[in-house]
Write a protein that binds this ligand. Structure first.
Ligand SMILES: Nc1ncnc2c1ncn2[C@@H]1O[C@H](COP(=O)(O)OP(=O)(O)OP(=O)(O)O)[C@@H](O)[C@H]1O
Length: 290
């Protein structure tokens, strides 16, 4: 029987990349004999609403074309639905796709995973009543995000570099209480991150080594370092060469509470809410073509 795929496209992802790759994906799926219904979202709410409609419509699978924000929105209804979904990375970060191993810059190759039809179950984190598909973090990075979001110039990724340098001038380590499976750690730190997958921020391996299907959360505490060392650590995060640095503490657990006064937690690249935040794990909650 012909497989029916609902292609849910965020045309704004990756500054318009979503709109550009959708026809490529559609053509690839149709050339393999799949039947494709395309739905373009017009706002954030559309992603969940359309995904929910599709789950009830008798389609065989959903495919989301977008970045981590789009996956986050779709995951809220796809989780635990049993509906397999494909991802065609079209955002700026694409950290969920990176964790699953989906090709990031080749939409046709991403579509081929849906055509092949092999799926795997992946874990989600749960915090503030939401499913989180990558990393929850709060600390120095939150302050950089907040500063960058308030800046109108420069555009693009250099805004984060400018915001990082500006934040570094005044930043001092924060007081945290981090509780991992009941073990209480009181410490000063630069930031604390909890992830199901290894990366955030477009490939920074903040939870290096995290496996997306191992049923546990990976916790990273970056302990106080000099401003210069912090600046040196960030490029290392891209390569994962920070692992083993004495200031980088790694833990694992199934429930994690992060507390630090005045700090906002970010999840899947968006503000989640002020700390404290409790994070738990929903093992195997999503079924992904991979
Ligand atoms: N038409 C739309 N459909 C869906 N979401 C939209 C739309 N317009 C704006 N948005 C907003 O776009 C946000 C970001 O989308 P997405 O994450 O897919 O792209 P990105 O920000 O370019 O990539 P990344 O999150 O990987 O860095 C969503 O969280 C949503 O709030």
């Amino acid at each position: 029987m012909t497989r029916r795929i609902a292609l849910v496209v965020n045309p704004t992802s990756g500054k318009g990349l979503g709109a550009r790759v959708a026809p490529v994906v559609r053509a690839r799926l149709e050339s393999a004999g799949l039947s494709v219904d395309t739905y373009e979202t017009t706002c954030a709410e559309d992603v969940g609403r359309i995904s929910a409609d599709v789950i009830g419509s008798g389609a065989d699978a959903v495919t989301l074309v977008g970045g981590d924000g789009t996956i986050h929105l779709g995951a809220q209804v796809l989780a635990k639905s049993g509906m397999p979904f494909g991802v065609v990375p079209a955002g700026t970060g694409n950290d969920f796709a990176r964790g699953v191993g989906i090709p990031l810059k080749d939409p046709a190759a991403a579509a081929d995973l849906i055509i092949a039809g092999n799926t795997r179950s992946v874990d989600l984190a749960v915090a503030e009543g939401e499913f989180i598909t990558t990393v929850v973090a709060g600390g120095f990075d939150s302050l950089v995000n907040k500063r960058a979001n308030a800046m109108s110039w420069p555009k693009g990724n250099s805004r984060y570099t400018v915001a990082t340098l500006a934040e570094l001038r005044t930043f001092s380590p924060l007081e945290y209480i981090v509780t991992v499976d009941g073990e209480v750690i009181e410490t000063k730190a630069m930031l604390v991150a909890v992830g199901t997958g290894p990366t955030y921020g477009g490939g920074l391996q903040i939870c290096a080594g995290a496996e997306i299907d191992d049923g546990v959360l990976d916790v990273t505490i970056i302990e106080p370092v000099s401003r210069l060392t912090l600046l040196q650590l960030f490029p290392k995060l891209s390569k994962g060469t920070h692992v083993g640095h004495p200031a980088v503490r790694a833990l694992r657990g199934r429930s994690v509470r992060i507390e630090s006064p005045g700090i906002t937690a970010y999840a899947d690249g968006e503000p989640l809410g002020p700390l404290p935040v409790d994070v738990t794990i929903a093992p195997g909650a999503l079924t992904v073509f991979a």
